[in-house]
Write a new protein. Structure first.
Length: 394
């Protein structure tokens, strides 16, 4: 097994529990190694730090999978990690009730399995394999998932971009079991029925569950705009909470069509309308007619290099959200970019509010749900943050 030796000054984060070995932290690689191979990571003196899988050419050549020197990377290892991940969620009440049968069961580094995402949709699992090392071991992973969850099907929805960056061909479609006609599940009692190939990422954004519940609790009697709505999870929840009217806007025709179907499934189609269009234009044209405006755009800063331009966009979106909202109403501004921290997002909101000639007062903050855990040493893992702000006349 090859050894990756770190430079002085780059050991402390890894020792404290950070799972990533950055390229600039590596002094040298000792021994022959090819992409996907298991490697040992040591400090400059040769002291053991962990073992991981090698991705040459990546900005993160090693993601640590094991912190001991003896455990084999095999099906049993993955099964044990999956069992611990499931138990951790059950401890917090996630997955223990028929009201919520859809949630994330593996959150990569958060569950000690870097390079793997698994979402549970009732009796169907949807996976994303994000590193070549995990791709080489997918048979072990699929077997471990089968043993722990006994799913009706496992569907691979690895993003092509991630596969290309790591140098492998992404899997597509059903890899275990039979293709389901539809993926059905519940979140907080709301029913969802989606085609197996619908939408973005794994098909649903479980990370916003808690904030959706909060918006639902605030929506009674309100007129609500769900900008960048995708299939309307915020909007349908708001309707169930007693909203007077909900408008969901997304540029994807497929998302709008599926969202309307979900509104009918939950009996709120008379309250929720779905419109295909530019969310920015809708907010601009709203002219202070909504009591609650939810601004939850796609990731604007996929890398740190894109951060400053993303902050310009967040400030503009905050301005438009404030303009769309009635005096004394609420704006919900979200960012799923790990490169944009809460302070920066709040500053963007302040900038946008001034441009909209209103005061914005932060009343609540929200983050990704408990099924998206973050190691204490891994600040990059806290990617989702949201601000709920009251908008008042200046």
């Amino acid at each position: 097994m090859a050894t990756v030796r770190l430079k002085p000054g780059h050991v402390q984060p890894v020792w404290a529990g950070h799972p990533w070995i950055y390229a600039q932290a590596i002094d040298r690689v000792e021994g022959g190694v090819t992409r996907g191979d298991e490697v040992t990571v040591v400090d400059p003196r040769g002291n053991f730090l962990g073992r991981g899988l090698y991705s040459p050419g990546s900005a993160i050549p090693v993601r640590l999978l094991i912190r001991d020197e003896t455990s084999a990377i095999d099906t049993a290892l993955f099964r044990g990690k999956l069992e611990r991940a499931l138990a951790a969620r059950h401890q917090l009440g996630i997955g223990t009730s028929d009201d919520t049968t859809g949630y994330r069961v593996v959150h990569a580094e958060g569950d000690g399995i870097p390079g793997l995402i698994v979402d549970r949709f009732g009796d169907v699992l949807v996976v994303q394999i994000l590193t070549v090392g995990m791709k080489d071991r997918e048979a072990m992973i699929f077997e471990a998932l089968t043993q722990v969850f006994q799913p009706r099907a496992i569907i691979d929805r690895t993003p092509p971009g991630a596969a290309k960056a790591e140098g492998f061909v992404e899997g597509k479609g059903v890899v275990r079991g039979e293709a389901p006609g539809a993926i059905t599940f519940k979140e907080r009692g709301i029913q969802w029925s989606l085609s197996a190939d619908v939408g973005q990422k794994t098909g649903f954004y479980f990370d916003q569950r808690d904030l959706r519940g909060r918006v639902e609790a605030l929506a009674k009697g309100k007129r609500v705009l769900d900008a960048y709505s995708y299939i309307g999870a915020f909007g349908i929840g708001a309707a169930r909470g007693g909203a007077a009217e909900v408008v969901c806007v997304d540029e994807s025709a497929a998302a709008v069509e599926v969202g309307a179907e979900q509104a009918r499934l939950n009996g709120v189609e008379k309250i929720v309308s779905f419109q295909r269009g530019d969310a920015r234009r809708t907010m601009q044209d709203a002219k202070g007619s909504f009591d609650i405006t939810i601004v939850d755009p796609p990731r604007l800063a996929p890398t740190r290099g894109a951060r400053e331009q993303a902050l310009v966009m967040y400030a503009k979106l905050a301005e438009l959200g404030c303009r769309a909202t009635k005096p004394d109403g609420l704006v919900v501004l979200c960012s799923c970019s790990s490169a944009v921290d809460l302070f920066a997002l709040t500053r963007a909101l302040a900038t946008g509010a001034v441009r909209a000639n209103v005061h914005a007062t932060v009343v609540e903050r929200a983050f990704q749900g408990a099924d998206h855990p973050v190691p204490a040493a891994f600040g990059e893992g806290l990617y989702l943050k949201a601000i709920v702000a009251r908008v008042e006349k200046r």
